[in-house]
Design a protein around this ligand. Structure first.
Ligand SMILES: NC(=O)c1ccc[n+]([C@@H]2O[C@H](COP(=O)([O-])OP(=O)(O)OC[C@H]3O[C@@H](n4cnc5c(N)ncnc54)[C@H](OP(=O)(O)O)[C@@H]3O)[C@@H](O)[C@H]2O)c1
Length: 412
């Protein structure tokens, strides 16, 4: 019986985790797939690094050696950046291989083309590991979307940012100190821009949007702000109000388009994101039949990410034409239009409350320049255009202020 021959591109945190999991879960994989999974080849960048890889596996720096293997069924990609990953995966599909990727930056830019090409070549694409690490959010959405209509998704999608915000609050550290700690623990890259400026969460949100809504917002219309403007003072003010800062990527469908937002927000104790701490990720999906569901779990790391890749390895090999429905574009549906909702906003960087011209529901002499206002998004947005130093963050959930200057109770 010939096995399923797999090549792994990249042998870093993810690639090695996948390799080791294929060995450790050999029996389960054989039972589920009816064939043994064999890693035939591994692509790396540096030939000289010492690696624990069985001698019968081809380890090479030359992709040509891999694409020319006499038998190759699945190519798993765990490299960093758009190229050469995109080119390698295109060629793998053209050769007739299923592909599985963990590379969100590449997939946000080229996922659509890869899926189109895979359809032409009757192969499948797995990309569960591109969003929220080990949390099975893509498969859950695929399952939900068979009948449910998804109207909104909110997610804590970047574990590094969540770790930094958690450390700042718990240990009263400055942003720079928390970032250094994240780097020491291996959660943040030497160049952390992708994480702390919200690019990573943005890429993941665009991938989610394509699955949930069949399309994505126009990239330039998505407001993207990272966590670098969150100071210790803002944290303390939020804490006094019983609120926590979280970096949230949101997608919302209305009748005309998909709205995307990647930005810090505040949540109260009753919100499911309040207790999502450290490098954890979480995703809230709002849909018409089931209502709101929350998935939470490890957003990164060797084995959580390997788990998502291995689930995809099974998915692409077990895919039958009858499953095609789970890959179809979600049906379009009309969304009931409401007047723009009034919400609560945490504002800072405005010198005078009187200059706000908005309904201020909280201020505190200990926190000069920080206010909570009740307004629509357009109202705070217009104000921010006039006040160049102003930042504003949504307070998620339905909030009932007992009275001004008192801790709010938050109702989801
Ligand atoms: N780390 C996580 O927890 C996680 C979670 C979800 C998704 N991801 C995504 O998964 C991908 C891999 O992440 P990682 O953390 O495993 O990265 P990593 O530890 O830096 O490993 C990258 C691997 O790719 C190899 N590589 C880099 N450029 C290459 C090239 N041009 N040709 C051949 N091999 C090349 C490197 O080879 P050498 O070993 O020779 O240097 C290394 O083995 C990224 O796209 C990342 O965004 C990571």
């Amino acid at each position: 019986m010939t096995g399923i021959k797999v090549a792994i591109l990249g042998f870093g945190t993810v690639g090695e985790g996948v390799y080791r999991t294929i060995q450790s879960h050999e029996d389960e994989l054989t039972e589920v797939l009816g064939k043994k999974v064999e890693v035939a080849a591994i692509l790396v960048k540096t030939a000289k690094k010492a690696r624990e890889i069985h001698e019968r596996v081809l380890v090479t720096t030359d992709f040509e050696e891999i694409i020319r293997l006499p038998k190759l069924d699945v190519v798993i990609e765990a490299i960093v950046g758009q190229e050469p990953s995109y080119t390698y995966l295109k060629r793998s599909i053209q050769r007739g291989c299923h592909i599985v990727t963990a590379n969100k930056e590449m997939f946000a830019h080229h996922g659509k083309e890869l899926i189109g090409l895979a359809e032409e070549h009757y192969v499948q694409v797995g990309f569960e590991a591109t969003v929220a690490g080990g949390i099975p959010v893509i498969q859950t959405l695929r399952q939900l979307l068979k009948i449910n209509r998804v109207s909104q998704i909110d997610g804590i999608l970047n574990g590094t940012s969540n770790f930094i915000l958690t450390e700042m609050r718990e240990k009263k550290l400055a942003f720079g100190q928390s970032l250094r700690l994240a780097q020491e623990k291996g959660y943040a890259e030497a160049n952390p821009v992708n994480d702390v400026e919200g690019f990573d969460a943005f890429y993941k949100a665009m991938i989610l949007s394509r699955i949930a809504f069949g399309t994505e917002p126009s990239w330039q219309d998505v407001e993207r702000e990272g966590i670098t403007n969150i100071t210790g003072d803002l944290m303390l003010a939020a804490e006094k109000l019983g609120l926590r800062f979280k970096h949230v990527a949101s997608l919302r469908k209305d009748s005309h388009k998909i709205h995307g937002l990647v930005k810090p927000a505040l949540v109260g104790n009753e919100h499911p994101f309040y207790h999502v701490e450290g490098v954890e990720n979480a995703v809230n999906v709002h849909s018409d039949i089931v209502g709101r569901i929350t998935l939470q779990g490890p957003g990164a790391g060797m084995f959580p990410t390997a788990s998502a890749v291995i689930e995809d390895l099974v998915y692409v090999n077990q895919f039958h034409a009858a499953d095609q429905a789970s890959n179809r574009k979600p049906a379009s549906f009309e969304v009931e239009e409401h007047d723009e909702a009034v919400g609560y906003w945490f504002i800072h960087g405005v010198s005078q409350a009187s200059s706000l011209g908005l309904n201020v529901v909280w201020s505190d002499d200990d926190f000069a320049g920080i206010y909570i206002v009740k307004a629509t998004k357009s109202e705070v947005g217009q104000l921010a255009q006039q006040e160049s130093t102003m930042h504003y963050y949504a307070i998620l959930g339905e909030i009932q202020w007992d009275s001004v200057k008192q801790r709010p109770s938050v109702v989801i």
